[in-house]
Write a protein that binds this ligand. Structure first.
Ligand code: ZN
Ligand code: FE
Length: 269
């Protein structure tokens, strides 16, 4: 499975995963139809499935036109999405694409919105690459986990988001993180304010700046790098607890308070 990060709208990404050998593709979060259709036409690939992480228009607005171009595409979306003909999926639901070559597992990840879900892809579903091909471990996580940060709370609670992020960080370290926006540079500026002495974070900021200087996406990252540098995945680190304490003017009682203090700080950063 090869995943291409296709820019859309102002700073969104549509992720398009192509079958090895070509011909079929999966489209994640089509916020705009034209860039996705142009990519698929150019790649000579038909959309077999569309993944919808949540119901914000910058992730769904291209769906109608995309389905008109590829009427056979199966749409996987949060339960009760209201999308006609979509298959509603929730925690633990599995499905496969490309005749079983790639299997997906759904994780419910509320917080940014109440209905938000994420899709974890694991290759080798047909046994042809048994033993695991790490390159096929990919997470399509919309606006829950961002590279270097996380989504705002626009419908879910701090506790929901904290639990969602904890769920995601149990995935293997090599899992590639395909998030919905190019927010990495700003996220890492905030991360550095929270953790000025994190050496891995400082190195990552340089790598990200070099990519952006060339106009290249900073997405995907890998889960291991997120766990080392993303403050929202580091709620139990002394440095992050101390940073939250500064915001609260008292020690946070638990990881939920640590998360909420960081999130509020970032909202005004
Ligand atoms: Zn959103
Ligand atoms: Fe978004």
């Amino acid at each position: 499975m090869r995943v291409t990060v296709v820019p859309a709208l102002a700073d969104n990404y549509i992720h398009i995963a192509e079958e090895e050998g070509g011909g079929r593709a999966i489209v994640a979060d089509p916020g705009e139809a034209a860039p996705a259709i142009a990519f698929l036409k150019n790649a000579n690939a038909a959309a077999e499935a569309v993944l919808i992480t949540h119901m914000h228009s910058d992730h769904t607005a291209g769906l109608g036109e995309l389905r008109r171009a590829f009427p056979a595409a199966v749409v996987y979306a949060p339960a009760n999405s209201g999308i006609a003909g979509a298959i509603g999926v929730g925690e633990g639901d599995c499905f496969s694409v490309f005749d079983g070559a790639i299997s997906f597992r759904v994780l419910e990840t509320p917080g940014h919105t109440a209905e938000h879900i994420s899709f974890f892809a694991n290759g080798g579903g047909n046994g042809n690459n048994a033993g695991g091909d790490d390159s096929n471990r990919a997470l399509f996580c919309g606006d829950t986990l961002f590279c270097g940060g996380c989504g705002r709370l626009l419908g879910g609670t701090a506790k929901q988001m904290r639990l969602s992020l904890e769920k995601l960080q149990t995935l293997p370290g090599e899992t590639k993180i395909y998030c919905g926006h190019e927010y990495t540079e700003n996220n890492l500026k905030f991360a550095l304010a929270a953790e000025p002495d994190n050496a891995e974070l400082r190195a990552r900021i340089k790598t990200v700046a070099a990519l952006r200087a060339k106009g290249m996406p900073t997405v995907p990252s890998a889960m291991a790098a997120e766990k080392a540098t993303n403050p929202f995945l580091r709620l139990r680190e002394e440095t992050i607890i101390a940073a939250a304490q500064k915001q609260l003017n008292r020690p946070p009682r638990d990881p939920d308070e640590t998360f909420a203090a960081l999130r509020k700080w970032k909202d005004n950063f």
